[in-house]
Ligand binder design. Structure first.
Ligand SMILES: Cc1cc2nc3c(=O)[nH]c(=O)nc-3n(C[C@H](O)[C@H](O)[C@H](O)COP(=O)(O)O)c2cc1C
Length: 319
C-alpha cells in the first residue's frame, strides 16, 4: 500500500483510502463504481436518487439503487425537499444495506433547484438542518451531506450551513468549492474548503477540479481535509486513485472489462451508454481522433474490441 494512502475515519464510516469517488449522474453507476473501487477509491456513491421515486417504488429508481458488494463502502445519495418524505425514503433505503446515506445539497441543475432541492437547500439553512436531523434520527447508518459553498458570491453562507449540519449530527460533509450560480464554471475554491476544514468539528471532504493522483495528494495535504473526492478526473482514468499508470495493454483490458460490465448491467443498451466512457478512455492518445468516430459507431463488443486493438497497434508504432 502506498504510504500516502492510509485508512480514514469519516465519523462512523471507515474508508481504506482518503481518495473517494464523487457521485455523478449518468456515470457513477454500478459498473463504474466497481472499477473505481478496484482501483483504490476509498468509497463510492450512487448518483442522486429522488426520494419521491423511492417512496413510490419507481422502477427506474430501483435500478439506480442497485449495487454489489464490490462497490463497498457505498453511499446512496438522495435528493428532495420535504423532510417527512426524505425521512421515509431514508428508512426505506436503509433496508437495502448501504454503508452510508448522503444528502444532496449541491446539485445545480435548474430542474432540481426550482423544486427547492439540491443546492437550493443552501438558501434555507434551518430547513436544511431539519432535513439532515430527521434523516440522522431515522437511520442507524452514517449520514453525510454534499454541499457547495453557497448559492452565489453574495450569499456565501457556508459557516451557517456547516453549523446546521453539525448540529443535525451528520457524520461528515463533502464540499464542492463552487457556488450554485457558478455551475461548473470558474474554479473550485480550495481556500474556502481549507477554511471549512478548519472551522468544522466533523470530517470534511474537499472536492473540485482534481485531475491527477499527485494533485489529489497535494490537495489533501494542503487543505487539511480528511479526504478528497474526485469526479470528472476519474472518468476514463480510474487509475487516478492510485500511483499506478496504465500501459496500452492494461488500458484495453480495462475498457473491455468495463464494456462487459455495462452489457451485464444494462444489456445491449450498455454499449450505447459506454460511449461517453470510451471517448474519455482514449482521450489524449495521438490516434484518438481517428478512432473516435469509428468507436462511437461500433455496434457490438467484438467490433469495439477490434478497434481498440487496432488503436493500440497504431499507438505502439509511434515509438
Ligand atoms: C456529469 C456530472 C454529474 C454529476 N452528478 C452529481 C450527482 O448526482 N450528485 C452530486 O452530488 N454531484 C454530482 N455532480 C458533481 C460532482 O459530484 C462534483 O461535485 C463536481 O463534478 C466537482 O468535482 P470534479 O471537479 O472532481 O468533477 C455531477 C457532476 C458531473 C460532471
Amino acid at each position: 500500500m502506498e504510504k500516502d494512502i492510509v485508512p480514514v475515519c469519516l465519523g462512523r464510516l471507515r474508508a481504506d483510502s482518503p481518495l473517494v469517488l464523487a457521485p455523478m449522474a449518468g456515470y457513477t453507476d454500478s459498473p463504474f463504481r466497481r472499477i473505481a473501487r478496484a482501483h483504490g477509491a476509498g468509497f463510492t456513491v450512487t448518483e442522486l436518487v429522488s426520494v419521491e421515486g423511492i417512496v413510490r417504488d419507481n422502477k427506474k429508481t430501483k435500478k439506480l439503487l442497485s449495487f454489489t458488494d464490490q462497490e463497498r463502502p457505498i453511499g446512496i445519495q438522495i435528493f428532495g425537499n420535504n423532510p417527512e418524505v426524505m425521512e421515509a425514503a431514508a428508512r426505506m433505503i436503509e433496508t437495502i444495506g448501504p454503508d452510508f446515506i448522503d444528502i444532496n445539497m449541491g446539485c445545480c441543475s435548474q430542474k432540481i433547484c426550482s423544486g427547492g432541492m439540491g443546492a437550493a437547500l443552501l438558501q434555507e439553512p434551518r430547513h436544511l438542518g431539519k432535513i439532515a436531523e430527521k434523516i440522522v434520527r431515522a437511520v442507524d447508518v452514517p449520514v453525510s451531506a454534499k454541499i457547495r459553498i453557497g448559492w452565489d458570491f453574495s450569499s456565501l453562507n457556508y459557516r451557517e450551513v456547516i453549523r446546521a449540519l453539525e448540529d443535525a449530527g451528520v457524520d461528515f460533509i463533502t464540499v464542492h468549492g463552487r457556488t450554485r450560480s457558478q455551475m461548473f464554471s470558474g474554479k473550485s475554491d480550495w481556500n474556502i474548503i481549507l477554511e471549512i476544514a478548519e472551522l468544522s468539528h466533523i470530517p470534511v471532504i474537499g472536492n473540485g477540479d482534481i485531475t491527477s493522483y499527485d494533485e489529489a495528494l497535494l490537495r489533501l495535504k494542503e487543505s487539511g481535509c480528511a479526504a478528497v473526492m474526485i469526479g470528472r478526473g476519474a472518468v476514463g482514468n480510474p487509475w487516478i486513485f492510485s500511483p499506478a499508470m496504465p500501459d496500452l495493454e492494461s488500458l484495453v483490458i480495462q475498457i473491455i472489462d468495463h464494456l462487459d460490465s455495462m452489457i451485464g448491467h444494462y444489456g445491449a443498451y450498455g454499449i450505447i451508454l459506454m460511449r461517453k466512457h470510451l471517448v474519455k478512455y482514449i482521450h489524449g492518445f495521438p490516434y484518438a481522433a481517428q478512432f473516435r468516430t469509428r468507436l462511437l459507431q461500433a455496434k457490438d463488443r467484438d467490433e469495439i474490441r477490434g478497434l481498440l486493438e487496432e488503436l493500440s497497434g497504431a499507438e505502439k508504432n509511434i515509438v
